[in-house]
Design a protein around this ligand. Structure first.
Ligand code: NAP
Ligand code: G4F
Length: 366
């Protein structure tokens, strides 16, 4: 429950009065033990403005959590994905590049669970900005783990690891035991983030888990990722707003799932008595061409009439194929995906058709 109020730096002081204060809001704190209510858990999410951050925040609110998100300051609003949640969550300014901000947030928020989703997550950009990618996506994990060690060592910590770590795959399907061979600066940074998480678990006994998530998508996916690029193009072409879409490697194969299913797996990992590493995947791989075919067919179009191959979109080193084996997640967490590949493509196209219609209705450039 939230009450508009003065912003205060002294979250700790305010909390002692059963009220926390931040960023223009005061929030009634969790009912205390002995009050007759079960204690409300607090979750802190880095990367809350991203695709997964927004789904996870929704999921945790449903579970009755107090949800606090960390977001970096921007000169323009980047809360589009969490706009509908802003009256139910707290957003704190912080940056994975800034150690002090991480320490302060952990002190003020005192989370029970910490989901580290913040990262530079677009693979092609990692070749253009390899050092910055290493700082955000790799060393950023150490920064936040150091803050955990200093301030809240009993927090349950989730690290957003990636199937990109498997890169040039050494076996198929890929499981928790498959060796890594990353193929991009992003993949290399994620391998670092993964191993530092394992290391803090082994060195300091932190309840730190690493989810090795295969590609997961949905209507909130960034427009630069291939599935959303295709679903948006199919919608716009159908509505006469665009004629063609340029793509790179149509033969790349990915194990694509739905983001809403995957955030459930993150939470399940932190509910286990013992921390661990888990592959999260559907166990089915499809090509970019397959996604094009289903997406365009859904709006009555033939993708071959609209897709243009652009060699500049090919990558310096490609991950040709990824296929996950999520047996451990199924057996230990009881997790399995609910949305199929075909349904995922169709729901993304439907959402983009609706979005483009809204934009046209508003007179914007859809
Ligand atoms: P996303 O939509 O790109 O979101 C990334 C988030 O990280 C955004 O909120 C972004 O904030 C934030 N961020 C970037 N740099 C930061 C910094 N220096 N300090 C604090 N926050 C920062 O990514 P996603 O798809 O939700 O993925 C979430 C996480 O899972 C990422 O770590 C990604 O690498 C990993 N992952 C994703 C997939 C997938 O298929 N989606 C698969 C495996 C792993 P801004 O809004 O300010 O940019
Ligand atoms: O959608 P993508 O850009 O995703 P990618 O590179 O697999 O990375 C995503 O999944 C990872 C998990 O494995 C995450 F860790 C990472 O943060 C991100 O969420 O590209 C998928 C495939 C690639 O093989 C790419 O070469 O699609 C191919 N592709 C073909 N044409 C294209 C395009 N990718 C993009 N982005 N744009 C194209 O025009």
């Amino acid at each position: 429950m939230r009450i508009k109020g003065e912003c205060s730096r002294s979250g700790l002081r305010a909390r002692s009065a059963n009220i926390t204060a931040c960023k223009g809001f005061t929030t009634l704190a969790a009912p205390r033990a002995g009050s007759g209510h079960p204690r409300m858990k607090t979750a802190l999410i880095t990367g809350i403005t991203g695709q997964d951050g927004s789904h996870l925040a929704e999921f945790l609110l449903e579970k009755g959590y107090r949800v606090v998100g960390m977001a970096r300051r921007a000169s323009v609003d980047h809360n589009e994905r969490i706009a509908h949640l802003l009256d139910r969550i707290e957003v704190r300014q912080g940056d994975l590049l800034d150690q002090g901000s991480l320490v302060t947030i952990l002190e003020d928020v005192a989370p029970d669970e910490l989901y580290n989703l913040g990262a530079m997550s677009f693979v092609p950009t990692s070749w253009a900005q390899p050092v910055l990618t290493g700082e955000f996506t790799g060393i950023g994990v150490t920064r936040i783990l150091e803050a955990v060690r200093a301030v809240k060592p009993d927090v349950r910590f989730y690290q957003a690891s990636s199937s990109e770590m498997f890169g040039k795959v050494q076996e198929s399907p890929q499981s928790e035991k498959t060796p890594f061979w990353p193929r991009s600066p992003y993949g290399v940074a994620k391998v670092y983030g993964h191993w530092i998480t394992v290391n803090y678990r082994e060195s300091y006994g932190i309840h730190a888990s690493s989810g090795i998530l295969f590609n997961h998508e949905g209507p909130r996916r960034g427009l630069e990722f291939v599935t959303r690029k295709i679903s948006s193009a199919a919608a716009r072409i159908k509505l006469g707003l665009q004629e063609k879409v340029s793509l790179g490697n149509l033969d790349a194969r990915r194990d694509w799932g739905y983001a809403g299913d995957y955030v459930r797996a993150m939470w399940l990992m932190l509910q286990q008595d013992e921390p661990g590493d888990y592959v999260i995947a559907t166990g089915e791989a499809h090509t970019v061409r397959d996604f094009c075919q289903i997406a365009f067919e859904h709006v009555g179009l033939n993708f071959e009439d609209h897709v243009v191959l652009d060699p500049t979109l090919l990558r310096p080193a490609e991950v040709d194929t990824l296929l996950g084996d999520a047996t451990r997640a199924r057996n230990v967490l009881g997790w399995q995906p609910e949305v199929s590949f075909g349904d995922l493509a169709r729901l993304m196209v439907d959402a983009d058709v609706a979005l483009q219609r809204r934009l046209v209705g508003r007179g914007g450039d859809a």
